[in-house]
Write a protein that binds this ligand. Structure first.
Ligand SMILES: [Zn+2]
Length: 228
């Protein structure tokens, strides 16, 4: 680190997005303690893993995985919260790269051709400044180069935050919220659908329902996190 950067770091120290501690030189976005405490599922290489079982019956998925498992107020949940509510696009990209590395390591997603984020409603995207799932895709693409396709499927209905809904209400909250706009962009391709959180599978399920008419679609799913 050159002297000017070191001085900048002292005057304007960055803090960890999960615990708020001042980051030391070399740490980016998350301190080493928080990075180490992210609970990896380590199940990406396995058939019939928890993610696949949760989404079973929605669509004949080629493969599915989640990188981290979380429970209430742990580090993973704080990271996801920072991605959604603290305008932290850098953190989204960092998490995308982590997800991409795990996809590569698993060896089950090598023939994925396109990355498709679960879309946000335009109003929520405007409020947030970005779609965190799209940035996850862009982070994945940095380590696993594939085109990121947005706009093929859209979220046309504004829905209440899923995390504020009771589990029994989540499916009804998002049912029919997505629609297919440019299915031809995905026809005959192996698409990886990407989202930040998997809890009941209601949001991903509704998005998968919208993709169902795409001809010759081969579909896989990756999420940054899954509820324990
Ligand atoms: Zn931390």
């Amino acid at each position: 680190m050159n002297p000017l950067s070191a001085l900048y770091h002292v005057v304007f120290p960055s803090t960890c997005a999960a615990c708020g501690q001042v980051l030391t030189v070399g740490e980016r976005q998350l301190c080493l303690d928080c990075l180490a405490s992210l609970g990896a599922t380590c199940t990406a290489p396995q058939d019939d893993n928890t993610t696949e079982r949760l989404l079973a019956g929605r669509y004949p998925l080629a493969a599915a995985m989640s990188l981290y498992s979380f429970h209430k107020e742990d580090t993973v949940q704080r990271v996801v919260h920072a991605m959604k509510f603290h305008s932290n696009s850098e953190l989204c990209l960092l998490m995308g790269r982590q997800l991409g590395l795990e996809l590569l390591r698993s060896g089950r997603f090598d023939d994925v051709e396109l990355l498709v984020p679960v879309p946000l409603h335009w109003w929520r995207r405007l409020q947030r400044g970005y779609n965190q799932s799209e940035l996850l895709c862009r982070g994945i693409a940095e380590v696993m180069p594939r085109p990121v396709v947005t706009g093929a499927v859209v979220r046309h209905r504004y829905t209440r935050q899923q995390s504020l809904q009771r589990a029994s209400r989540r499916a009804a909250n998002v049912e029919g919220a997505f629609s297919l706009r440019h299915g031809e962009r995905l026809a005959g391709r192996h698409v990886l659908l990407v989202d930040d959180v998997l809890t009941t599978g209601a949001t991903l399920g509704a998005c998968i329902d919208a993709l169902r008419p795409v001809e010759g679609l081969r579909l896989s799913v990756a999420t940054l996190s899954i509820a324990r």
